[in-house]
Design a protein around this ligand. Structure first.
Ligand code: GDD
Length: 332
């Protein structure tokens, strides 16, 4: 929108409102929404025919890795065949020479990693139903580029976080809990694998890079990452520190605990329920190609700044919740 685009989006029908994260845009009529679903090819084709887009960013997915073990077929339908439906729709309405397509591929493709850090040439080893479906999405995008000469490209994105991140992804789960614990609204936070390593970047910076990939002269695939990795434990410690709580970790495995150094209270525990049947635990991207070819800055927002942005945003939310609770007490 800042670049002057007319932006259209596809929204799945739900019986309750699910637009909280874009309500500020809807109010300003800044985005045009169409009812649709990636599992429905006739609808996708109709939308693409009506809108006649110059660029398509396919960011739609069943995007939760752990959930994909519970809904593997649905994840495959949307994350794999959904990509094919978009590519076919673009061909069927005759836009294959003019419409550029960005496919949101993922560092989960590297999965049980075969090289550290991971770059464009690292072999894939997907390690969840989600990642296997995304592998199809990656290759079908490349296939349509090679078979039909379409400008169809993959951004292989490492984890990208922000204050709008869904609440059941680990970073947001941590920052929401840190804020609520600091405001005495919650006692504890339960997490899974604290040793898992991620290359976490700021979503806003990554969207800029997605756009750069589509403006490039030639259609090519790119890794988008910061080039730094940290553990879930480190993110937790920094997020709690940002809201004024110093944590010390003691013990190991399921017995590990995060303890408030001031009060001695246990604030973080490990719960087996958050472990995955197979977990990807060593993601670390090499953004050299994006930096040198596209001139993108992988460190525009640093890891420390990212944790601060998210933790302080969620502290404010918790403070509002606490104030509301206090006011309600007066009314009751
Ligand atoms: N969600 C979650 N909840 N993850 C936890 C928890 C917990 O309580 N405790 C530890 N983890 C670990 C997970 O086991 C995983 O190794 C890591 O934290 C990150 O998990 P998520 O934040 O759920 O993200 P993800 O890495 O599985 O997937 C995200 O990033 C991918 C890009 O690399 C998603 O956005 C994917 O859609 C995306 O493709």
């Amino acid at each position: 929108m800042e670049k002057g685009y007319e932006v259209h989006g596809i929204i799945r029908r739900a019986s309750i409102s699910n637009t909280a994260r874009i309500d500020h845009l809807i109010e300003k009529n800044a985005v045009i929404l169409h009812d649709g679903d990636l599992s429905d090819s006739s609808g996708i084709t109709a939308i693409i025919r009506n809108v006649q887009p110059d660029e398509i960013y396919n960011l739609a997915a069943q995007s939760h890795v752990q959930v994909s073990f519970d809904v593997p077929e649905y994840s495959g339908d949307v994350d794999a065949l959904g990509v094919l439906r978009i590519l076919e729709a673009v061909r069927n309405v005759g836009l294959e020479k003019t419409c550029r397509i960005y496919q949101a591929s993922t560092s989960e493709l590297f999965g049980k990693v075969e090289e550290v850090p991971q770059r464009e040439t690292t072999p894939f080893h997907p390690y969840s139903p989600y990642a296997v479906a995304k592998q199809y999405g990656f290759w079908i995008t490349k296939e349509y580029r090679e078979a039909y000469g379409m400008f169809a490209v993959n951004g292989i994105l490492f984890n990208h976080e922000s204050e709008r991140r869904g609440e059941n992804f680990v970073t947001r789960k941590i920052t929401l809990a840190a804020g609520r614990i600091a405001c005495s609204l919650q006692e504890k936070l339960q997490l899974g694998n604290l040793d898992s390593l991620r290359d976490w970047g700021y979503a806003k910076d990554y969207v800029e890079c997605m756009w750069l990939i589509l403006q490039h002269d030639t259609p090519e695939d790119f890794v988008i990452a910061t080039g730094e990795q940290h553990t879930v434990r480190d993110f937790t410690q920094k997020a709690f520190a940002a809201v004024g709580i110093e944590l010390r970790f003691e013990g190991s495995g399921l017995e590990e605990k995060g303890i408030d150094t001031k009060t001695g209270k246990v604030l973080v525990e490990v719960n087996e329920a958050w472990y995955r049947p197979t977990d990807v635990d060593n993601l670390w991207g090499d953004p050299t190609k994006a930096r040198t070819v596209l001139g993108w800055n992988p460190q525009k927002t640093t890891y420390e700044e990212l944790v601060q942005i998210m933790a302080l945003h969620d502290l404010k939310l918790a403070q509002k919740e606490a104030a509301l609770k206090e006011a309600m007490k007066g009314i009751e």
